[in-house]
Design a protein around this ligand. Structure first.
Ligand code: SF4
Ligand code: SF4
Length: 210
């Protein structure tokens, strides 16, 4: 079968190139104008709005110290080598003396939020918080101390921002709505930490973690 050779750019008339360029730009402008007048704005006005993520979202990780049995499974399974064990002196109530024990700490420079460490923990000593938009002052700050690893990080965006979620409408497509209007209740705890009192009806489309 004979396949006609593609004309080289030199063989395509200049007017055709110009025509395509103008048509392409007009098409792009038409899309912009269409969405400028479309009342269904799905763009997130971050940080004045933020996506209220569901419980179970793989956000930042917190250690419950008293539940940890120092098995190191979390550090062993971590594919990014973000979790490591550190030794500290702990008072053993049974033996009534101080003993060296190892506990995990996390390096958020390396963490990919896969959640393996949380899943593998045999005592549920690790859990995710459903937010991940935190800012650190330096890379050194992203390597948590054992003390910091036990605190839920402050969710600053929730102090001022309005929680929103996205739903799918058959006519309009993706629609942004206030989280409360969808049946979710957001409680502003002291310090601005937001938490869902009830979950919105049905599970709306939200990405996985990290
Ligand atoms: S979430 Fe994944 S990458 Fe992050 S510390 Fe846990 S196992 Fe490692
Ligand atoms: S897997 Fe759980 S119990 Fe084991 S060291 Fe990690 S946090 Fe502690």
């Amino acid at each position: 079968m004979h396949v006609p050779a593609k004309p080289s750019p030199k063989e395509v008339p200049r007017a055709t190139f110009l025509g395509r360029a103008v048509a392409g730009n007009l098409g792009a402008l038409a899309v912009g104008v269409k969405y400028f007048f479309d009342p269904n704005r799905i763009t997130l006005l971050y940080p004045h709005e933020y996506i209220k993520l569901r419980q179970g979202y793989r956000g930042y990780i917190v250690l419950i110290f008293d539940k940890c049995i120092s098995c190191a499974s979390c550090a062993r399974i971590c594919p990014a080598r973000a979790m490591k064990m550190v030794s500290i002196n702990v008072f053993d109530k049974k033996l009534k003396k101080y003993m060296k024990k190892k506990y995990p700490v996390i390096n958020y420079n390396r963490c990919i939020f896969c959640g393996f460490c949380v899943d593998v923990c045999p005592t549920e000593a690790l859990y995710h918080v459903p937010y991940h938009d935190l800012v650190y002052n330096s890379m050194a700050d992203m390597v948590l101390t054992l003390e910091d690893f036990q605190k839920e990080p402050e969710f600053v965006t929730a102090k001022e921002g309005v929680p929103v979620t996205y739903i799918y409408d058959e006519k309009k497509g993706l629609v942004k709505v206030h989280y409360e209007e969808e049946g979710g209740e957001v409680q502003k705890a002291e310090g601005g930490q937001a938490s869902a009192a009830t979950e919105a009806q049905g599970e709306q489309a939200q990405g996985g973690g990290g």
